[in-house]
Design a protein around this ligand. Structure first.
Ligand SMILES: [Zn+2]
Length: 450
């Protein structure tokens, strides 16, 4: 985005409640404040416990997920400020035909006037453990509940992440999740652990951690039946660099994370094929003047995309700005790293084998108090990035849609609003609150305009 384009957004930004750049809010705002349905203020948009596929997960703006979504054919979305790869267009038009974005509309196509709104690509989350009171380490129904919850918040493409567990349990989860991937419900499986550093384990069970022996890594990706897309590992551990090579040969992303690597060890892993930094800054040594560590190596290398959890808890706004400044907007991917409580509420939860207490939206291990994933949804990450972090909207769209789609190698289908791609899109109001979600041409959240 050019400086002049950025200036054009200023009036919109000034209308919105301004956040402070210098203070990290103590807690993330409640989900309900961003996406509460008109009739139910004060309640989270997804309120029911885990339900079977097809059941409604609760109130939402427009049609609830789980009810028969309205098929849209020949629909013109007109009047919005549309964020395209080439820039932002005022009063732009996006034509939806079937499940795709089309070049031109039929004469009798319906027209939906979105004047005063933003139209952006559907969000792509490459690191997500669950939501809506359920997780991807549970049953297939629980996984579907997590998917539905995040779809209600704009995530139209989602990679399901596991946490450290016993190898046989992980293989079972992978088998179950591979079926969801085959059905197109998720974009693939991400294994976070068990090949991580005991020094930087965060909310992973210490006794279940293992060295990244390539044979063990191979077992997990085999269990995913071709649906493993990413493995997070501490590449400085014995077998780490060989495992990076193995993953790369199999077309699986090697992500450096939960690591105690030095700068030099990180460079070696990147040279071996690692291309993603798992939640940069979190669960890795800090940037030191004599020990720059993994952060410097991951930020400076153009082959690496850095994940950021933009919830106001995991990162100080200045750290986020540092990442955008050094990596550039083209190499940042916003993730949620969400756990069960996302889109659900405070309370006691299970993260793999560990107990977690969520209070005021912040998840912490009951034992030790480590931050244990987030309760973030990507609509909140988007709104925060624009209103609090003051990032240009185009940069936010890149970080939340286009870049993660590129990381997954599916940018030919999703991640931007272009003819021929899936009709995955999000409608936001002038304050960047979520008003509509369409996935593959069907409304997940139908916007109620005017
Ligand atoms: Zn995670």
């Amino acid at each position: 985005m050019t400086a002049s384009e950025r200036d054009r957004f200023e009036p919109v930004l000034k209308q919105a409640p301004a956040g402070s750049r210098s203070v990290v809010p103590p807690v993330a705002p409640p989900v309900a404040s961003l996406v509460a349905p008109p009739s139910g203020p004060g309640t989270a948009p997804v309120t029911s416990p885990v339900t079977s596929p097809g059941a409604s997960p609760g109130a939402s703006p427009g049609s609830p997920a789980g009810s028969a979504p309205r098929r849209t054919r020949g629909l013109v979305l007109a009047g919005a400020r549309v964020v395209l790869p080439s820039g932002t267009v005022d009063g732009g038009r996006v034509v939806v035909e079937g499940s795709r974005i089309a070049e031109a509309a039929a004469e009798d196509a319906d027209v939906l006037d979105l004047t005063g709104h933003w139209l952006v690509p559907g969000f792509v989350d490459i690191h997500n453990h669950g939501g809506g009171g359920a997780s991807f380490s549970g049953t297939a129904d629980e996984a579907l509940q997590s998917i539905r919850t995040h779809r209600l918040h704009g995530t139209t493409t989602l990679v399901a992440s596991t946490v450290t567990g016993r190898m046989d349990a992980l293989a079972r989860h992978a088998g179950r999740l591979s079926e969801l991937a085959e059905q197109g419900d998720i974009a693939g499986i991400h294994f976070e652990g068990p090949f991580i550093s005991p020094c930087r384990k965060g909310a992973h069970s210490a006794e279940l951690l293992r060295h990244p022996d390539p044979a063990e890594v191979r077992k997990l990706i085999d269990a995913a039946r071709g649906r493993a897309v990413m493995v997070t590992l501490a590449t400085e551990l014995p077998g780490g660099v060989d495992s990076v090579r193995l993953l790369t040969e199999h077309g699986v992303i090697a992500a450096i994370g939960h690591t105690d690597a030095t700068y030099e060890q990180t460079v070696e892993a990147i040279d071996a094929g690692a291309t993603v930094a798992t939640h940069l800054f979190n669960a890795m040594p800090p940037l030191g003047h004599r020990t720059p560590g993994p952060i410097a190596a991951l930020l400076e290398d153009e082959r690496v995309t850095v994940e950021l959890i933009n919830d106001g808890t995991h990162l100080h706004p200045a750290s986020l700005e540092l990442a955008f400044h050094h990596a550039g907007a083209g190499r940042v991917a916003f993730i949620t790293d969400a756990m069960d409580a996302a889109g659900f509420g405070d309370g006691r939860y299970q993260l793999g084998p560990l107990e977690v207490e969520v209070s005021e939206g912040v998840a912490r291990l009951v034992e030790g108090g480590s931050i244990a994933g987030s309760t973030l949804t990507l609509d909140r990450a988007f709104q925060r990035a624009v209103l609090v972090d003051r990032l240009p909207v185009g940069d936010v769209v890149a970080a939340i849609s286009a870049n993660p789609a590129k990381v997954l190698g599916i940018h030919d289908r999703v991640g931007s609003l272009e003819p021929g791609k899936d009709a995955d899109l999000v409608v936001l109001d002038a304050s960047f609150a979520l008003k509509g979600v369409m996935r593959r041409g069907e409304w997940v959240v139908e916007p109620v305009i005017g």
